[in-house]
Design a protein around this ligand. Structure first.
Ligand code: ADP
Length: 438
């Protein structure tokens, strides 16, 4: 028992002793004891009132009730709680200060919003990039300041889009990359980065590749023309005919590379709206590809199995989806031994996304190559791929097409067992076929 509590116990004891002595002296023992206890209770009540008044007046040290005993104990506990709360508050303020300072120092514009888009706080970078001003814009809706329908849609979307690129509504020379993160119970964190320079460099690279490819195409067509003429003129000389044949093959390979580079830069330089395209029967496209491959002798008649959902159609760009299917099927044929079993699947995944899978029981690919297969010109075995007429751009094209259609590609493979290339598109692109799609 601490000092104050034992003092209180002694106090009660002496009240009782005084009551008993007075009771014995007046020959009214019980009424006197009751009277003494009543007096003690009234005194304690008075102490509690003083304590209550002191608390209400803000726990001022100068007005601390001076009582000793139980009350003293309560007061010292209150002081201890107060000091530890003060210390906690101080630490919290320090942490908040540090957090704000680091958010201020961020090079990206950072804005804290309510769930309905009202601005609660922003850093210095936001003042520069988004031209926000304190206190003028605090409490304003961000989409009233950044007036762009794409941004409004991005803000209101229930499913968070990873990133939104848009031309700044405040300066059309500036390209912004916006990210929105839900946090806390009903808060949004908006970060905006100026990506104009990166976009500009990308544009310059795309334009260079596209222009260079165009420029190479014309002389190559002339070279091929002359080679074809020489091949037709040269009736007898075997050695020369063989050389012309090799030159023609190499020219065709260069033309393929140039055409695929042009396809890639076309895919990169435009974007697809979420619902752009026509309803395509991927099942029919796959069947057509298989029959073409068999007819041209690239596949055996029973080599490819087609497992498709005929009622599932895809909203997409026909030429792109055909190129995607074509690339995956010809890869499975080209990069595996003859007669390797191949399966083409078209189905709805567990999350309802429309998916195309090309599986083969071929040689498979070592794990360390898988993440790099969709890079331009990346080949597992360069000489073999070139020999088989590969450009090294097929999977890069496939990746861009599937991304333009709101999806992603997954590659899995086990050496000696086989490979699986699965492209899943945006769920919103799946539609029921009505019967007249081709
Ligand atoms: P390529 O024009 O060489 O086919 P791609 O970009 O289409 O270029 O493919 C890149 C590389 O991935 C190929 O060179 C090949 O090594 C490997 N690859 C692609 N598909 C398969 C497959 N089905 N089985 C084994 N290897 C494959």
């Amino acid at each position: 028992m601490n000092k104050n509590l034992s003092l209180e116990a002694w106090r009660l004891f002496w009240v009782l002793v005084a009551g008993i002595i007075a009771g014995l002296m007046t020959s009214r023992l019980w009424p006197t004891i009751v009277l003494a206890l009543l007096a003690y209770c009234i005194w304690q009540m008075n102490q509690l009132f003083r304590l209550d008044r002191w608390i209400q007046q803000g726990l001022k040290r100068s007005q601390t009730p001076n009582a000793g005993g139980l009350l003293e104990n309560i007061i010292s506990n209150i002081y201890r709680l107060k000091t530890s709360r003060k210390r906690g508050k101080k630490q919290l303020a320090l942490l908040l200060g540090q957090y704000r300072a680091s958010a201020e120092a961020l090079p990206d514009a950072t804005v804290i919003l309510t769930s309905t888009g009202e601005i609660q706080w922003f850093n210095e970078a936001a003042e520069i990039l988004l031209r926000l001003q304190t206190p003028r814009d605090l409490g304003q809706r961000i989409d009233n300041l950044l007036r762009d329908p794409k941004f409004r849609k991005f803000l209101r979307a229930t499913k968070r889009q990873q990133e939104l690129r848009l031309t700044s509504p405040l300066d059309n020379e500036v390209i912004l990359s916006c990210r929105l993160i839900n946090y806390g119970q009903d808060k949004l964190l908006l970060t905006v980065r100026d990506v104009s320079i990166r976009e500009q460099l990308n544009r310059v690279r795309r334009e260079f590749v596209s222009n260079a490819s165009h420029e190479l195409r014309t002389p190559l067509t002339v070279i091929r023309g002359y080679l074809e003429m020489m091949s037709a003129d040269n009736g007898g000389e075997d050695e020369l005919r063989d050389k012309i044949h090799i030159l023609l093959e190499q020219t065709a390979q260069m033309e393929n590379i140039i055409n695929e580079m042009l396809t890639l830069s076309r895919l990169e330089s435009s974007t697809l709206e979420a619902s752009e395209g026509e309803a395509l029967s991927v099942a029919q496209i796959l069947r057509q590809l298989v029959s073409d491959a068999v007819r041209s002798g690239k596949a055996e008649s029973d080599q490819i199995t087609v497992t498709v959902d005929d009622s599932l159609c895809l909203i997409g760009i026909r030429a792109e989806i055909m190129s995607l299917c074509n690339n995956l099927l010809y890869n499975a044929l080209q990069h595996n031994p003859a007669q390797t079993p191949i399966e083409l699947q078209w189905f709805r995944s567990g999350s309802d996304a429309p998916c195309l899978a090309v599986n083969d029981d071929g040689e498979g690919i070592e794990q360390q190559h898988l993440s790099r297969l969709t890079e331009r010109f990346y080949r597992v075995d360069s000489s073999r791929s070139r020999e088989s007429g590969g450009t090294g751009l097929g999977l890069a094209i496939v990746k861009h097409i599937v991304q333009r259609h709101g999806g992603h590609i997954d590659i899995s493979s086990t050496p000696t067992v086989g490979s699986s290339f699965t492209c899943c598109f945006a769920t919103s692109r799946a539609v029921e076929c009505v019967g007249d799609e081709v």
